[in-house]
Unconditional design. Structure first.
Length: 507
């Protein structure tokens, strides 16, 4: 009985954290849409273009200057919080904050030093150097805020973290719009600085409220920070290399499509990626915010519990992603018409293949985090980074070369299937991880329904096609609900909520 309650609690934690962070990310998407509309109205196309260039420049500097410390720090903090003493946890957090401060200063100085080059690359002239000098302040405060976010994630302060991911964008929007209205294009960078300052202030306020990391600590010398923080830096560098190789691979693939085919096909491919991965990626990101630190805390000394968590995460992600992927296949023409134009209806087949590929990506998602939680730099570098990106480029580029636009879909699906096969084998050989019988049965059931829906999308009879797709999607949604209910006991949650409201009304 106790084991069942503990398992139900674990499933509920996975779903609740996904709902919290998924909702926060959805709000951020809405805020970005509103900001885009208002900026387009106030600053017009020229202002939007300048904002995009400046934001991309700032994001690039931040990404490389952080050296992946914001990601590797989560693992170290969560492991120390689980296994170490209060003094060790406070020391780890202090080291992380010191490292973040150093790399934030590095980001600020890099922006200042390379401001003439960035102005030339972005605008074709050095006349905008002053904007990039100001932009260095935005880079600094944003990186500092990102560091505090990593601390909160490592400490598993999820509710506060979700709150902090919503409030700064809202405040930034409310303050930025008047700045744009008064100063026009000249207000873009000041608005970015204000938004970054709000982000850092809110993150720091809630991060420092945790009593576990507010204990008196001796000052650390740079030598001590370097000695104690080498593991964080090295793992972060591997993450940075992965990001760089991924960006290069994406660029190389789009360049290949442009040269072997046409620029229009690049646009079609990007549009299909936008539709197929926008919401799925949001779910993955929301889940990882809770899953990564929890797995990191268990993986070193509690292997059985860690592998159980991976299986639980696999079940939940399949139950959420599979119905969404099938809905995507079913409503592809409608999504294209609503989000794009009728010109893009040519990517319907592409979206169908990418939709099915999402299910295989969902299966890989929990497994791949084992390597990150263990800090396995060799696996991440050679398998995830080198092999993964080389395989993706070769498979998708090869399929496009032989089969044209639809070949991009064939390649995306083939690449995802290869990823699953490689991950299952290597995770078993390297870490001893195996999927549970429950997860395997669920995967087979979900895949059968998804493949039936996918195959029906290519039937020539429209009525039969949509009938089968609708029926299989409905069955999948019912199955997902039943399975989620068996793990979460949704009825008891509803009853508890109802009783709570009734008691409040009586009071």
């Amino acid at each position: 009985m106790e084991t069942t309650q503990r398992t139900t609690s674990s499933y509920r934690k996975i779903v609740s954290s996904t709902a919290i962070f998924g909702g926060a990310q959805f709000i951020n998407v809405v805020i970005n849409i509103i900001r885009g509309k208002l900026v387009a109205f106030i600053l017009h196309s020229t202002g939007m273009g300048m904002m995009s260039l400046l934001q991309n420049a700032a994001n690039t500097v931040q990404q490389f200057a952080l050296l992946g410390i914001n990601i590797s720090a989560v693992r170290n903090i969560s492991q120390t919080d689980k296994e170490g003493s209060a003094e060790a946890l406070a020391m780890t957090v202090r080291i992380v904050r010191t490292l973040i401060f150093i790399v934030s200063c590095l980001g600020l100085l890099s922006t200042i030093v390379f401001s003439p080059l960035m102005s030339k690359l972005s605008f074709g002239t050095t006349e905008y150097v002053s904007l990039f000098l100001l932009l260095s302040l935005s880079v600094f405060v944003t990186m500092m805020g990102t560091g505090e976010m990593a601390v909160m994630q490592g400490l598993q302060r999820y509710k506060q973290l979700a709150f902090c991911s919503i409030v700064p964008p809202i405040c930034g929007l409310l303050i930025s719009i008047p700045i744009y209205y008064v100063w026009g294009i000249q207000g873009i960078v000041p608005a970015m600085i204000v938004s970054g300052a709000i982000y850092y202030t809110v993150m720091r306020f809630y991060s420092y409220r945790d009593k576990r990391v507010r204990a008196d600590r001796p000052r650390l010398t740079l030598r001590e920070v370097w000695t104690e923080g080498q593991g964080i830096i090295r793992f972060g560098l591997v993450m940075t290399i992965g990001t760089m190789v991924g960006a290069i691979t994406t660029y190389a693939l789009t360049a290949f499509i442009s040269n072997a085919g046409s620029v229009s096909d690049v646009g079609f491919y990007q549009a299909a990626n936008f539709i197929s991965m926008q919401y799925i990626s949001m779910i993955f990101t929301a889940m990882a915010t809770d899953y990564y630190p929890r797995l990191s805390a268990l993986i070193q000394n509690h292997t059985t519990e860690a592998h159980q968590l991976v299986n639980q995460q696999t079940e939940i992600v399949l139950l959420i992603v599979t119905p969404l992927a099938m809905l995507m296949i079913l409503t592809a023409p409608l999504l294209i018409t609503l989000l794009l134009t009728d010109e893009f209806l040519a990517i319907r087949t592409l979206i169908s293949f990418m939709g099915l590929a999402c299910i295989f990506k969902a299966l890989c998602f929990p497994m791949d985090y084992i390597a990150y939680a263990k800090g396995d730099k060799q696996y991440i570098l050679w398998v995830e980074t080198i092999w993964g990106n080389a395989k993706t480029f070769c498979v998708i580029a090869g399929c496009y070369y032989f089969y044209g636009l639809d070949g991009l879909g064939y390649g995306a699906l083939a690449s995802a299937i290869i990823d699953v096969m490689v991950s299952i084998v290597l995770m078993r050989l390297r870490y001893g991880f195996r999927h549970s019988a429950v997860a395997i049965r669920m995967l087979v059931t979900m895949l059968m329904l998804a493949i039936a829906c996918f195959a029906a999308a290519f039937l020539s009879d429209t009525w039969v096609s949509y009938g089968v797709m609708s029926a299989t999607t409905a069955v999948c949604m019912v199955y997902s609900f039943v399975q989620l209910n068996s793990r979460l006991d949704i009825r008891s949650i509803i009853n508890r909520f109802t009783k709570g409201r009734n008691s409040e009304e009586k009071a």
